[in-house]
Design a protein around this ligand. Structure first.
Ligand SMILES: *Cc1c(COP(=O)(O)O)cnc(C)c1O
Length: 348
């Protein structure tokens, strides 16, 4: 028996809540597998080649989570005492349990960027001079789309200009592309267009793409070999994991094209929610994330009241009156309309 919740919930908390479809589960069940720690899982190898190809890189590595993906990349690009430059709301320093310092002994120099999108001059100013007292600035970390920035998409020109600063100053570039697929759906560009400016890239299969587990990192053969060692060290060497890689391959075949629907649903949701009394949209809606502020009200309280009616949305921690709504594979246009009816009643 499948688990059936008593009340139909419209879960807008995150694009991580999707469940594998019947067809995806079939693809998983059929997957050819081998021991991936020996490099012998054909499905994992196919997924890695596929993603490396999409990103225009030499090699790729399947990893359990976006957190491990980011941290492996940052780990291979730094040594203890080094510094990275990133936006102050970057996922890798905000939502990864302090891993950057705990695992690698690396600190972050943060920049407050509008919607999380860094400006070349800000980065230039944040890079340390050379000299004994200073940490060595090693990595420029970019996030596309930017989560805390409301799903903001980096203009390609900006990424290129940032990468030019990094190159001139001897920094590597790590691109956190957990939602790079959404950036591409919004801009019409290819993943490789963005990835070309990055030394290392991480992409997520379990957010908008709807796979149950998994991220992939991609870079040069040498850096991926280093990352493979670190993955093993962290306990991320998995065995017949082609069963999970098959879900990723299925998602790349079937769930990329449809991301535009999530973006259309997000715009529809934003329009409806933004029209409610006291509501405003502090950030433009470019992708599948919708941030709504409810002037003078408690987001935690609103979240509880919506949940009681079957609509789930998380408070967005940067403001006490803001909720974050996320559209995804398991939210239809009819669900959006139903959520809007419920929100209008609850928030009236
Ligand atoms: C979700 C997310 C991650 C981390 O993914 P997990 O699989 O939850 O560890 C990394 N970066 C960004 C921008 C994300 O949104």
């Amino acid at each position: 028996m499948l688990y059936q919740p008593a009340m139909k919930t419209i879960d807008l908390r995150s694009d991580t809540v999707t469940r594998p479809t019947a067809a995806m589960r079939e693809a998983m069940a059929r997957a050819e597998v081998g021991d991936d720690v020996y490099g012998e899982d054909p499905t994992v190898n196919r997924l890695q080649e596929r993603v490396a190809g999409l990103l225009g890189k030499e090699a790729a590595l399947f990893v359990p989570s976006g957190t491990m993906a980011n941290q492996l990349c940052l780990g291979v690009l730094t040594r203890p005492g080094d510094e990275i430059v990133c936006d102050h709301g970057a996922h890798c320093i905000s939502f990864e349990t302090g891993a950057l310092s705990a695992l690698w002994g690396v600190q972050a120099r943060t920049v407050v960027a509008e919607r999380g999108l860094l400006e070349p001059a800000q980065v230039e100013a944040a890079i340390r001079p050379e000299g004994d007292p200073y940490p060595r600035t090693r990595v420029l970390e970019l996030e596309n789309t930017h989560n805390r920035g409301g799903g903001a998409v980096y203009p390609l020109d900006r990424i290129r200009a940032l990468a030019a600063v990094a190159e001139r100053r001897g920094l590597a570039v790590h691109l956190d592309g957990a939602r790079l697929w959404n950036a591409c759906a919004a801009s019409g560009l290819r993943p490789a267009d963005y990835a070309a400016s990055a030394t290392t890239v991480s992409v997520c299969l379990s957010k908008g793409l709807g796979a149950p587990v998994g991220s992939v990192i991609s870079s040069t053969k040498a850096l991926i070999a280093d990352a493979r060692r670190l993955r093993k060290r962290l306990g991320g060497g998995m065995r017949q994991v082609g069963i999970l890689a098959a879900a990723g391959l299925y998602a790349l075949d079937h769930h990329v094209e449809r991301l535009g629907e999530d973006h259309a649903n997000a715009r529809r949701l934003a329009e409806g929610l933004g029209a409610l009394r006291g509501a405003s949209l502090p950030l433009p809606v470019e992708t599948n994330l919708v941030f709504v502020a409810f002037e003078g009200r408690s987001a935690a309280d609103l979240s509880r009241r919506l949940a009681a009616e079957g609509v789930l949305a998380n408070p967005e921690g940067s403001r006490p009156d803001m909720l974050r709504f996320v559209t995804h594979l398991d939210v239809s246009r009819a669900d959006v309309d139903e959520a809007l009816r419920i929100a209008a009643r609850v928030l009236a």
